[in-house]
Design a protein around this ligand. Structure first.
Ligand SMILES: Nc1ncnc2c1ncn2[C@@H]1O[C@H](COP(=O)(O)OP(=O)(O)O)[C@@H](O)[C@H]1O
Ligand SMILES: [Mg+2]
Length: 153
């Protein structure tokens, strides 16, 4: 487990840019943390780092947003409103995971048993009005590669 102190929104953006530059199709980033912890902010920066031309918007109503036009296609999932495993099935979660895209999943803790085993987990927490703490855990080889990218200066 690696802990990063993100002292400002700019620090969160820099972390996202590093991750976005390293993302490959098939990668999965599991984001957790309470409302306002910075999950969507980090997703936007990851999309920017992956070269997505338009800034990613928060999927307020849709559970899935697709971002094309970057170096790698991204799918942004927000499972906040997920009721249970049946909803995950209805969402076509397995089909989404089979897409040749990288997946950024907010509220991933709503779906732990269904997540791919190779992934990077990022738990965000408030450390003050402008600071956040990120705890990163790599599971599997691609998770490790993304963790290295996250740590590189
Ligand atoms: N260091 C920081 N990193 C990320 N967001 C921050 C930071 N400091 C303050 N914020 C603010 O916190 C909020 C995070 O919102 P958001 O990314 O939508 O959170 P979540 O998706 O986890 O609910 C934004 O308003 C952002 O400007
Ligand atoms: Mg969010």
């Amino acid at each position: 487990m690696t802990e990063l102190l993100l002292k400002s929104p700019a620090a969160t953006r820099r972390l996202g840019l590093r991750l976005g530059a390293a993302l490959e199709a098939g990668d999965f980033i599991a984001l957790t943390g309470e409302l306002g912890a910075g999950k969507t902010a980090l997703v936007k920066a990851i999309a920017e780092g992956a070269g997505v031309p338009e800034p990613a918007s928060s999927p307020t109503f849709a559970l899935v947003n697709l971002y094309r036009g970057g170096r790698v296609p991204l799918q942004h999932l927000d499972l906040y409103r997920l009721g249970g495993p049946a909803d995950l099935f209805a969402l076509g979660f397995d089909d989404l995971l089979a897409e040749p895209a990288a997946t950024l999943c907010e509220w991933a803790d709503r779906a732990w048993p269904s997540l791919p085993s190779d992934r990077l987990e990022i738990a965000l927490a408030h450390e003050g009005p402008r600071a956040r703490r990120a705890r990163l855990t790599a599971r599997g080889p691609r998770g490790e590669a993304l963790l290295r990218a996250a740590r590189s200066p």
